[in-house]
Design a protein around this ligand. Structure first.
Ligand code: ADP
Length: 328
């Protein structure tokens, strides 16, 4: 059995609610297994600048319920070079860090792979992103909270759209994946959902609204994923203008933005972060690295990082069809 004495933990890339719950689980599970834990500040930057902090049992008290990340997060260009990876590995070794939990997205996992293979520091990735766009896992930490935040915000927009007989176009996060848009869209009863996985069809969108209007519907919600809005000049405002011009219904666009990245994590996110964080420690304790932890059919699993990065996952279009069937 590997005799691992100290592991590190960092958060990298975009933040997500539940990252703190994951840090807490890693720290507590490691201590339970007789290991010490060092927190690495601001993603891979902390490794390059020896910005480490000892994390004891009580240092992670009162964070399971908090959004954001107590370790801060950042992107780090310097680390993406071979020289950066080697320097990071040397700093880890000097600080006694033998294994590392990396909480982030695919970019962060590429760094974790390099640090394992080039630098000899066993790394285990935990999927932390609100977008649910990591292929090896059904679920990513932060996703449920983000969907619920989007739903609550759109519920509020519904009130005002209803009062004014308006159409409200809401842009939610998701550059490459429509998971938030699809699920939040269903949950708010959107008339139309626009996702990056499906080409934007303004004609279909407008005719759906016109048909519903003709049947007496007075207010409308259109949910648009960020990735689609980025592809059209004028973004969500342009989509709103087009709807207004074609239907005569007053239409406003709202971009929810980073509000979806914050807030107290939901039960689902806290439990996912805790079980996956615990699993990452079990791997590192055995001297196993170059793995990504995920969830498949409700079970915690792990994969080789390279294999995980090559996997594909697709938005359930049957769910999209259901949303379409019940929105008129
Ligand atoms: P995310 O982890 O959310 O996908 P990024 O893609 O911005 O976020 O990656 C976060 C950090 O991971 C980067 O700033 C960089 O330090 C590291 N990283 C990203 N891509 C690579 C890569 N190809 N090789 C090594 N490190 C990488």
């Amino acid at each position: 059995m590997a005799d691992v004495k100290t592991i590190g933990v960092l958060t990298s890339g975009g933040d997500a609610p539940g990252m703190n719950a994951a840090i807490r689980a890693v720290v507590r599970a490691a201590i339970k297994n007789g290991m010490k834990v060092k927190g690495v500040m601001r993603g891979y930057n902390g490794l390059l600048h020896n910005d480490f902090v000892d994390l004891d049992m009580r240092d992670v008290s009162d964070i399971i319920n908090r959004g954001g990340t107590i370790l801060y997060t950042a992107r780090c260009k310097e680390f993406s070079t071979e020289e950066g990876v080697r320097r990071a590995a040397e700093n880890c070794k000097a600080a006694g860090i033998e294994g590392l939990v990396v909480i982030g997205g695919d970019g962060s996992f590429r760094g974790a792979r390099d640090l394992t293979n080039l630098g000899g520091i066993n790394c285990v990735g935990l999927p932390g992103t609100i977008d649910n766009d990591i292929s090896c896992t059904d679920y990513t930490i932060g996703y449920d909270t983000a969907m619920n935040t989007a739903m609550e915000m759109v519920d509020k927009l519904r009130d005002t759209a209803q009062s004014h007989d308006r159409c409200t176009v809401v842009e939610v996060m998701g550059r490459h994946a429509g998971y938030i848009a699809l699920n939040a869209g269903i949950a708010v009863g959107a008339s139309y959902i626009v996702v990056p996985e499906k080409k934007l069809d303004m004609e279909a969108l407008i005719s759906k609204i016109k048909a519903a209007h003709a049947m007496g519907k007075q207010h409308f919600i259109v949910v648009v994923a960020e990735g689609v809005a980025m592809e059209v000049e004028g973004g969500s405002n342009w989509i709103a203008k087009e709807i207004e011009t074609a239907t005569g219904i007053e239409t406003r666009a709202t971009i929810l933005g980073h509000v979806q990245r914050g807030g107290n994590p939901t039960v689902t996110d806290r439990v996912a972060a805790t079980t996956m964080g615990h699993h990452a420690v079990e791997l590192l304790k055995e001297g196993i690295g170059n793995r990504v932890v995920g969830q498949r059919a409700g079970k915690v699993v792990d994969f080789d990082i390279n294999e995980a990065l090559q996997m594909k996952k697709s938005l359930p279009m049957d769910l999209y069809a259901i949303a379409d069937d019940v929105s008129f």
